[in-house]
Each structure stands twice: as C-alpha cells, then as structure tokens.
Design a protein around this ligand. Sequence first.
Ligand code: EPZ
Length: 448
Amino acid sequence: MGSCCQYDSTICFLENMLTAAPVSQGISKPHLDVEGGLRLSGEITVSGAKNSALVLMTAALLTQEAVNLENVPDLSDIEGMRKILTSLGVRVNRTNNSLTLKADKLFHCQPSYELVNGLRASFFCIGPLLSRLGKAQIPLPGGCRIGARPVDEHIKGLKALGALVNVEHGVVSAAMRGTNQRLKGNYLLLDCPSVGATETVLMAAVLAEGKTVIDNAAQEPEVQDLAQLLNTMGARIVGAGTKTISIEGVEKLHGCNYRVIPDRIEAGTFLVAAAITRSKLKVSPVVPEHLSAVLQKLKDTGCKLEIHNESITISPESIHAVDITTQPFPGFPTDLQAPFMALLCTAKGTSVVTEKVYENRMQHVAELQRMGAAIRIQGNTALIEGVPQLSAAPVVGSDLRAAAAMVLAGLAAKGTTRIEGLNHLDRGYEALEKKLNNVGTHIIRRAN
Ligand code: EPZ
C-alpha cells in the first residue's frame, strides 16, 4: 500500500531522528511503570472501535436530526473530534459511553487549524460538509511519524463526484460547481484501498444525484460500520466490505441510534498481552472475523484459541517465530504490527516482519532493542531473533501502536519498565492500565 505514497522514507526517518525525544533528557514526564513477569488471568473488556467512532461522528453532519452513537470509547481522539464538530455548530452530548450529535445548525465550514492539527480523522469532515453546505475548507492533516499520510485519493474522489477542489496555504477547499447543490454520482477507481478515502467518498456520495461505484475500495470493518450507520440513516449502499461499493444517492438522511463495533486493534493488543505473558485470558466483546489474519498468526505461534460468537479465549503454550506482512484488510493489520513484534521478540526462532502499508512504521524497533530484543532492520523489513527474556529499560512510545508495543514488552521484561509517550497511548486505548491491572498486571501511571 505504501506504493500509493510518493514520500521519501529517508526524509521521514531523518525528521524522526531530529524530533525523537530520548528518555534521558532529565525532564520528568508522565509515564507508566510496568512490572514484568506477572501472569494475567480472567476476562478483559474491549471498548468501542476508535477508528470507527471517529468517522461515525462526522457522519452525523449529514443530517439535521439527532444521531445517537453507543459504545463510544472515552479517548483523547474522540474528545478532539468532539471539539472540532462543536466548532462547526454541532451539539455533542456524552452520557456514559453514548454520544448524541445534532447538526441542525451548522455555522461553519472550516474547523480551526489548532483543532485539526494532530487529528488526521478531522479530514473526514470534508465529504459531509460539502454535501450539507455545498462547500468545505479543511486544513491538510499533517504527516506523522509513521508516514506522509497524503490525502490525494480523498481529493480525487471528491473531484470525481463533481466538486471543485484546490489546496492552498495548507487548506483543502472543496465546493460545488456553479449553482449545483448536489454532487453527481460517478465511477471511481482508487489507486490504493485507502480506508479514509473510501470513507470520504462514501459520505460524499450518499446525498449525491445518481449512482456512485467505488472500485478498489477499502474493506476494513470500520468502513463496513460506516456504511451500516449510513444505511440506518436512510442511505442506499451495497457492497461495503468488498472491493466494490455501490451507492444510490438519496435526497435526505435521518437520525438514528447506532452501536459502534468493538475495537479489533484493542482486542488484538489484549490477545498479544496474554501471549507474551504466557497467560490464559478471555477477551470480549470481539467480532472474530474482524481479526482472522491475527488469529491465524497467533495459532501459528502455538497459541490455542477458543473462538465464540463474541469472545476469544487464548491459551498460549510455547511461542514460535512466524513471519508477518502487513496488508489492507483482510490481511494482517498494520496497527498490530508493533504489538505483535513485541511478542516475536520473545518467540523461539527467527521471525520476519514486513510493513507494507506505511513507509516509516518501525520506530518501535529501537526501543525494543533497548529492552534487549535482537532485531535487524532492512528498509521496512525487520529480522527478529527471539530471546529468552527482555529486560526492563526506560523507553518511549513514538506513536499510538508503538506505545502499546512498549507496554506489552514491559509485561514480559525482567524488572520494571518506564514508558513515556502517554499522549500517544491515550489516543487509542481507553483506561489501558486499569483494564490490564484488573486481570493481574501491576502498572502504575505517574505524573512525572
Ligand atoms: C486509517 O488511517 C486508520 N486511522 C489508521 O489507524 C490505519 O493504520 C489505516 O486506516 C490503515 O488501516 C483512522 O481510521 C482514523 P489509509 P487512514 O488511507 O485512513 C496511503 C491507528 O493507529 N494513502 O488506508 O489514513 C497512506 O499514505 C491509525 O489507529 C495515500 O497514498 O489510512 C498509507 O500509506 C494509524 N493517499 C496507506 O495509503 C491517500 O489519499 C493507508 O492509508 C490516502 C492514503
């Protein structure tokens, strides 16, 4: 998938070297102290999917009626999206883990750069705002540590539906042509099965005039969840979850109640936590078919899995090396590459991990090496020689999933591992240390 990008990974690597914040700067930062060597047991709860909830929130812009989303995780990214939507005029109220959103009075078509910067998902507002208001101006989401994260496929999709789109001064401006108040359905072939671009085009097409076909569409469960929500709101979408999605535009969408799917990446992270500590653990709720590639790889390492409708119980025995190549769904998810690599550092034998989705998603390797992992990197491929035991060290999680990988490695290391980078971790894992401590770990969050 990285082939979609024209970005030079060397530049990305050098940028990261310049900005990487070594732990030993002598400045105390919020961190976790993770005690290694403990066994887990019992049942751990999975929250709603961050990467679904974020885009479902923006879909509420497509109607003036209230959209009530259940099972929305309490995460900093969700709070960031709430601020962005509120700044546009959407009323957002949280009751426990439900959010009610009402976009009956939109008074802005451009969220501020301060709010948008650092939350890539904010770009999902462009399709719905264009459909609702006939125009939208969204600051370009910056690149990040894992890659350039361009939005060229999103822009190509909006242009295919008849929008005028240009990028100036770091802002993407989209508008209807002439006095048209509706986009026009069209056939669109994506260069790569981009999750975000598929979601942007879905939300632009549902109120367009006529039929839209998205070819080479992303098949991720989060795309399917969005299509399911939109159909519950009155849209006419078929084929979500396959490479070809068809959308018959409608005049109007209505409000509804909808439950967000469980977070497959959080579930996968918990399964790896059990495997790396050689513990038996029940993980629920989970949709097993959202994790098929990961479950297969866990079985290949030697873990026994009891798979039920909404839960998975993992019983690891000895862990053997396996090879992983990340791919778009239904392949092995890039978001579990770092967590799974932590497991492979303690496996018997040599594993090969290849990152094919992002051009620079190996930041966690240097930190795992500080913990005694035997890893060699060649471009986007890591060769991992399993070691009998990792050793605790002060480490930094440089992005959301790298931070999760550090926690997992800390659970298996000898000693107590200090992990910084909680600003990343808290973006995607709800009450992580509380959930893990409930099943036997000893993790303390410290302010400095
Ligand atoms: C979503 O990002 C997720 N984020 C990511 O999760 C996830 O890693 C990714 O999908 C892949 O599964 C959210 O849903 C908020 P893409 P997205 O568009 O939509 C290239 C996490 O840790 N590309 O499928 O941005 C892009 O550079 C995050 O939870 C283009 O070239 O992913 C990348 O190499 C990280 N042009 C590849 O496609 C475009 O216009 C995948 O990107 C768009 C993407």
